[in-house]
Structures are given as C-alpha cells and as structure tokens.
Design a protein around this ligand. Structure first.
Ligand SMILES: NC(=O)C1=CN([C@@H]2O[C@H](COP(=O)(O)OP(=O)(O)OC[C@H]3O[C@@H](n4cnc5c(N)ncnc54)[C@H](O)[C@@H]3O)[C@@H](O)[C@H]2O)C=CC1
Ligand SMILES: [Mg+2]
Ligand SMILES: [Mg+2]
Ligand SMILES: [Mg+2]
Ligand SMILES: [Zn+2]
Length: 452
C-alpha cells in the first residue's frame, strides 16, 4: 500500500465521519454502500461515526449505522461509548435507542462537571426580606437606625472610593457607606428615590436576640454630583463614568449589592410616568413598585408587570464546532482591539431560550445550531439583563456575519482558546475579563473532557 492510497483512504474516512456528524443520512448510506469497511473506522480524534452522530443527536443516522451492524461497544480515548456521549449531550431519544439495543453497558456519564467560578454580580450578601416591603413602621425604624447603611447613586453610578497600591496602580474599588444622619436631608427631597435592598446576612444575630442585622438602602439623587461627593469623609471618592468597566472592580460581595440596586434604580429612571396612560406614578413597596396616580388607569386593575421592576432576558452562548475542538467567537466594532467574545442577544417575546440561541447565532454569524445546553446565568446590571449562558453545538460551519452588529466572527481552535484564557506567550486573541459570563462559558468549555 502506498502512502498515496493511505491518504485517499483517510480522506474517505473523514468524509464519512463528517457526513455522520452533520446528520447527512443519504451520504452516510452512499459511502457505506461503496465501502462497508468504513462503518467502525475512527478518525484522527478517535471518534467513530456512531459517536459523532450520537453527539449531535442525529437519530436517523444512529439508527442506520446500527442497522448496518456497527459496533456499539467501541469507545473513544476517554472510554466513552456512543451511548455515554448521547446521554451527556442530553439526546435522550438517541441514548434510549442505543440503550435499547443493549449498547450502553449500564455506564452513564455523571453530566457536565461545571467547575464554574462564582458568577460576578450574583452574590446575595443581603437577605432581601421582600415580605417587609409593605411594613411601613418596620421600614421607618430601619431607615432611622444608626446601624443602617446607605449607598448613594448619581446618574446610576454608585459613589465609590478607589485605593491605590504603592506603585500607583489602582487596587479595589469600595462603596462609600453612609449613615442616616448623613443623608436624612436627601430623603426629604421629592426627587430622591429610596430602595430597601435587604438586611446583611453576614451580621445575622443569634435567633434569640432582638437586635436586627443592619439594613441596606440605595438612594438615587439628582443633586449635583460634586455636591454629593462632599458628603463623604474619604478622599479619592467618585461616581464612575464607565459602568461596563468600572463596576467590575468591586469585591464580589459589593458587586451583588450594586447589581440589585443599579437595576432597580435604572427602572425608576425609565418609568417615572405610567407606561399604560402616561400619568405620574408614586413609588411604593420600599422602591419595588410604582403605581399610577390616575385611579381610572387600567394598570390599577389586577396585577400589571409595568408596575414592577423589569428584567430583560438575554441568551449568551458558546457555539461549539461539529468537530468538538473549535468554538465560535465574535467581536463588535466597539470591543477593545483583539477581543473576541461569545455571541449574545435579547430573547424575544414568546421565545424559548433554545430558540433564541439558534436565532441569534444564525442572525449574527450565519451558523446553524442544533443541541443547546443551559449552563449558568448572570445578572448584568447594564441596566437590567439576566444573561442565560448556554453551550450550543453547530450543525453548519460557514460564517457570514451580520455586519450591523458583528465586525468579525471566527472558529478558534481549543489550543488558541486555552492560550488566550491562561495568557500563553502570544495569544491569538483576547478573551473578556473573568467577571463576565462570556469568560466563564469559555473556561467551562475548555475545562470539559477535551474530546466531548
Ligand atoms: N456579561 C457578558 O459576558 C456579556 C453581556 N452582554 C450583554 O448582553 C446584551 C445583549 O447583547 P446584544 O448582542 O447587544 O443583543 P442583540 O444581539 O439582541 O442586539 C442588540 C440590538 O437588539 C435590539 N434590541 C432588542 N431587544 C432589546 C432590548 N430588550 N433592549 C435593548 N436592545 C434590544 C437593539 O436594536 C440592540 O441594538 C447587551 O446589552 C450586553 O450588555 C453581551 C455580551 C457579553
Ligand atoms: Mg448580539
Ligand atoms: Mg443579535
Ligand atoms: Mg437580537
Ligand atoms: Zn396609568
């Protein structure tokens, strides 16, 4: 056998495996008819056609391969059968088919080991005590309590103080905390918005004690920012001007509190008039409701979501190449040079998470997606998104970007992604910072069993 013949054979195997991973039943059948020995061949990654079809949920291809007598017990280099792989990716109909054929050997993968870090903006340091929001007497007492903490917002930015390292670089940013006496004049102003955030879980007293843990409030004031800054006894305090960047410098604990406060205050800033009739509204329920002042307004009858703080659901997804070893990342024109991130988009009314993932990926990159698996989520207070992070498996690979939104999208090989995340010597691109769910999804993917 010459090396030329070997190459031709390898090429045929790769064509066969590619057809199986794309779910192309007619090509799988044609190739098998011409070359029946292809059936159990593994490619360079150690995967057989059955494994690839199982991974991508192609029921009819799996069924056909089984009917051609393919070996259901062969394993890849991680000792996974096609059954394990189908189970892992949540293709229940395919794993049932393989199990029904006695293929699984009873071994089931435990499911994705998330290994994700805590999501920035998600720590619940405060117990929100939503039941207390209508308890006027209790709230009044908490407001005046000397231990209560107030954080001050101007133009949706919290007042913070930045400490400097000895070498002049900026270290952590901390919230400026105020007491009732510092802000009671602001509370009298009609334009001030006050939101009760909750009580400090870290300072919960023993159950028998009558002492209450400190309550936290957020104040939004339209007073001049320079005047507000004079209230703080610390130097170096400021209202950050670039929330997308500056709010990522807080501690995990304060970031969670800021996410809650900023989203609610952003809603107040956009909903000062009733969305139903345009009349003025009144703040109620400790800052968690706005009611229309017109008694005849429709929003007064029954429960209306326009009266409560809004959250915008967004899907964000790491799209995996059908070969399992590359992922799709894109960049917007506004991104810093060299930065590529996961594709993302707002969920539309009446749409599932999975459908939104498929639609946004196709709109933005032209790539079609099959299986979608939810991984984790992140509140993103810019102003009030809930980012729902998914892994998605591509069923096509050609890229055609929507130039209105995306400047460039590319398939990145796993090794380049690993280099970018772990700061290899000369990374091919830059990943978003660790505080973003995009970063966490990318890490999650490279942390998964390398050939799943
Ligand atoms: N935490 C993270 O890792 C990341 C967060 N994001 C956030 O996800 C959000 C959505 O991503 P995009 O790619 O911009 O979404 P997208 O792909 O749906 O496009 C945004 C466009 O959709 C329209 N749109 C539809 N519904 C909207 C709504 N409810 N609010 C605002 N615009 C709406 C607007 O024209 C907007 O320009 C962004 O606001 C961004 O802040 C995006 C990427 C990473
Ligand atoms: Mg988008
Ligand atoms: Mg989009
Ligand atoms: Mg969209
Ligand atoms: Zn109204």
């Amino acid at each position: 056998m010459t090396s030329l013949q070997l190459t031709a054979k390898e090429e045929m195997v790769e064509r066969f495996l590619d057809a199986a991973s794309r779910g192309d039943l007619s090509q799988v059948s044609t190739l098998l008819t011409h070359a029946p020995s292809l059936i159990n061949q593994a490619g360079y990654s150690g995967w057989t056609a059955l494994m690839l079809a199982a991974r991508n949920g192609h029921y009819s291809v799996v069924e056909a391969l089984l009917s051609y007598g393919c070996d259901r017990f062969s394993v890849n280099s991680s000792c996974q059968t096609a059954y394990d792989i189908a189970k892992f990716w949540g293709h229940g109909h395919v794993s049932n088919l393989l199990q029904g054929a006695g293929a699984g050997g009873g071994r089931v993968l435990p499911g994705p080991e998330l290994g994700l870090q805590e999501m920035y903006f998600s720590r619940e340091t405060l117990d929100r005590l939503s039941g207390r929001r209508t308890d006027r007497a209790w709230l009044d007492a908490r407001q005046k309590d000397g231990n209560s903490v107030y954080i001050l917002f101007s133009n949706l930015s919290p007042m913070v103080v930045s400490s400097q390292e000895d070498d002049g670089t900026e270290a952590e940013t901390k919230l400026c905390r105020f007491r009732y006496e510092d802000v009671k004049d602001l509370l009298q102003k009609p334009s001030t918005v006050l939101v009760f955030l909750g009580v400090d879980r870290r300072k919960a007293p023993p159950p028998s004690s009558s002492v209450e843990p400190p309550a936290w409030f957020a104040i939004s004031s339209d007073e001049d920012a320079a005047e507000l800054l004079k209230r703080c006894r610390q130097t170096n305090c400021c209202f950050p001007t670039r929330p997308n960047r500056d709010l990522l410098k807080l501690s995990e604990e304060e970031a969670g509190t800021v996410a809650q406060a900023r989203s609610v205050l952003a809603w107040h800033s956009r909903y000062s008039f009733c969305p139903t009739c345009g009349s003025r509204t009144r703040v109620e329920e400790a800052g968690y409701k706005r009611s229309c002042l017109d008694q005849d307004c429709r929003s007064q009858k029954g429960v209306h979501n326009t009266c409560y703080p809004r959250v915008d659901p967004v899907v964000i997804m790491l799209v995996i190449h059908p070969d399992g070893n590359q992922c799709l990342l894109g960049r917007k024109k506004v991104f810093p040079v060299g930065l590529f991130s996961c594709l993302a988009g707002f969920i539309e009314p009446g749409e599932t998470v999975e459908a939104a993932v498929r639609r946004e990926v196709e709109e933005e990159s032209g790539v079609k997606v099959g299986a979608v698996q939810y991984v984790t989520c992140q509140p993103w207070p810019m102003p009030s998104n809930l980012m729902m992070g998914c892994l998605a498996v591509a069923v096509s690979t050609d890229i055609k970007v929507d130039e209105n939104e995306i400047e460039e999208a590319r398939w990145f090989p796993r090794q380049q992604v690993i280099d970018a995340v772990f700061r290899g010597s000369s990374p091919a691109f830059i990943v978003p910072p660790r505080q973003t769910i995009a970063h966490q999804l990318i890490r999650h993917w490279i942390g998964m069993t390398s050939n799943l």
